[in-house]
Design a protein around this ligand. Structure first.
Ligand SMILES: [Zn+2]
Length: 339
């Protein structure tokens, strides 16, 4: 049945379902919402709903070819000046090359959008990470949206819809996506058969609403890093052992963990917030399995101190945007925590 493989976002499912059933499909939709909740999968599922003769059965040749798209490894930008068609020739995807959604890819979309459908009654194109369009790409898209070919639907996907041109947004009907509830992710992970109950619980809470993140999270790394960061808080509050903190700073900055730096900062912040929550008597913890630690910390530190740390982390995040050295930033944070 339709949407049954997708997790959460029931309201979006219901709206898209009604839209498909009514047959009144807007030429342009904007799927707006956080990373990793499955917006692209929803877009392909919507295409199945529109194109499958059984209303999105999920098993026929049409359904199974929609969404099968091969994207090459990024080598040179020109390779991305095109629409990547799925195995179904009326469904295609435009994606950024590195940090840019190139004007060439939007122009290619415009050409494809003007072709008559090959197999279906209509064609459907998905633009992923639309906030990565520069001005010329945005203007090219705007031009396409202003004169929409009757048989083509465009789905614009963005985690930062506010950074799109207002004129683009106003031509799209917006479908809002929200973070997926941890409980739904946990149920999904358990039903996959590859997660123990304990791992499913841990990954679903660490995912903060993103199914993609739950699936890609390296739990071994996560457990280890979380343990180290608990030691950081312990050192700051209980032992005052700065040497330990600086050692852990090295590990957070290990080049092998380069892509996990922000994730490490997220973990530290979740531990600090849990300590704060514990002090305020809340049982809504991101890391309930570590409650014993939070109890110990909560008794030993002032709420104002924990709140200050939380603010320090927010400040550090802003500074990281402007390319401050990560090692300097995290050393500084730990030093201020120990002060
Ligand atoms: Zn089907």
């Amino acid at each position: 049945m339709m949407f049954d493989k997708l997790i959460g976002n029931e309201e979006a499912k219901a709206r898209l379902g009604r839209m498909a059933a009514s047959g009144r499909i807007p030429n342009a939709l904007l799927f707006a919402g956080p990373e990793g909740v499955g917006k692209k999968e929803f877009a392909f599922e919507f295409a199945r709903l529109l194109m499958c003769r059984a209303g999105g059965c999920g098993t026929c040749s049409i359904c199974s070819r929609i969404g099968k798209v091969e994207i090459p490894k990024p080598e040179k930008g020109e390779d991305f000046d095109r629409v990547f068609l799925s195995d179904h020739p009326d469904v295609g995807l435009v994606v950024p090359y590195k940090r840019n959604l190139r004007v060439g890819s939007i122009r290619a979309l415009e050409r494809e959008a003007n072709f008559r459908p090959f197999e279906s009654e209509r064609r459907l194109f998905v633009i992923d990470d639309a906030e990565k369009m520069n001005d010329s790409a945005s203007n090219a898209l705007l031009k396409t949206l202003e004169e929409p070919p009757a048989t083509t639907d465009i789905i614009v996907i963005s985690a930062r819809p506010d950074s799109l041109l207002q004129t683009i947004r106003s031509r799209c009907q917006m479908i809002r996506f929200v973070p997926v509830e941890a409980r739904s992710i946990e149920t999904f992970l358990r039903s996959s058969g590859t997660y123990s109950a304990e791992d499913a619980a841990l990954a679903s809470r660490a995912a903060r609403g993103s199914v993609a993140k739950a699936l890609s999270l390296d739990l071994e790394w996560f457990r280890q890093m979380r343990g180290l960061l608990i030691d950081v808080i312990r050192s700051a509050i209980l032992t005052g052992n700065i040497a330990t903190m600086l050692q852990i700073s090295e590990q957070v900055n290990d080049p092998r963990n380069k892509d996990l730096f922000e994730e490490s900062v997220d973990i530290l912040q979740s531990l600090i917030r849990d300590t704060l929550a514990f002090q305020k008597g809340s049982s809504d913890l991101a890391n309930p399995d570590l409650a014993d630690h939070f109890r110990e910390f909560a008794d030993a530190v002032e709420t104002s101190t924990i709140e200050r740390w939380n603010n320090e982390i927010e400040d550090m995040r802003l500074n990281l945007f402007v390319n401050i050295n990560r090692k300097v930033a995290i050393d500084g944070l730990f030093a201020r925590m120990a002060a």
